[in-house]
Design a protein around this ligand. Structure first.
Ligand code: MN3
Length: 201
């Protein structure tokens, strides 16, 4: 895992066309090779100017103590370390051919949301409700409870993320134009629940 400066754009764990017909190869290529690459390059540029931050992991960069850096640096890190973290998790939250949640994750989803369908419906509603650009997340709180969260821009939730859906228009516009609901519905067919399970505390 490349978790320190200099950050690299690691290859996707699947081919660009592997998520078709739900997400097209052109969308995925642009999203990974242009959008994520942009956040990586900008994060590296900020860290190049701030050598004392170069040893920090991505998670540590996202939890920098307030006022430990200038407001401009703090904002640039929040946007770009967030952009790297969020996109890595998003691409890791997908796989060709979703299988239903199993084991401990399935049990905890049922306990919290009543059923797996109840969870997917609430996640879809949360993703649809994001105003402008952002993400919807499944997270685990410090007591092990599951929750759904939304964030704006490249902000990252305070609870531990297990999976996320990117609802910035660049994630779906080529495939679905402005129809975010259609993208969200299609996305349910490519969710990587085994990866979400592996992140449970
Ligand atoms: Mn994106």
């Amino acid at each position: 895992m490349n978790d320190n400066y200099p950050f690299e754009n690691l290859p996707l764990p699947y081919e660009y066309d592997a998520l078709e017909p739900y997400i097209g190869a052109e969308t995925l290529r642009l999203h990974h090779d242009a959008h994520l690459k942009g956040y990586i390059d900008k994060l590296n540029a900020v860290l190049e100017q701030n050598p004392r931050l170069q040893k920090l992991t991505l998670a540590e960069l996202l939890r920098l103590p307030p006022r430990s850096v200038s407001p401009e640096t703090a904002l640039a890190i929040r946007r770009n370390a967030g952009g790297v973290f969020n996109h890595r998790l998003y691409f890791d939250s997908m796989a060709p051919g979703s299988v239903a949640p199993r084991g401990e994750l399935a049990a905890r989803l049922r306990r919290r949301f009543g059923s797996i369908d109840g969870f997917t419906k609430q996640l879809a509603e949360a993703a649809a409700s994001v105003f402008g650009s952002g993400y919807a997340w499944l997270c685990e709180d410090m007591r092990g409870g599951l929750l759904i969260a939304t964030t704006a821009n490249q902000d990252t939730p305070t609870a531990k993320p297990l999976l996320c859906i990117d609802v910035w228009e660049h994630a779906y516009y080529l495939d679905y134009r402005n129809l975010r609901d259609r993208y969200i519905a299609a996305w349910q067919s490519i969710v990587n629940y085994p990866n979400a399970s592996a992140r449970l505390g």
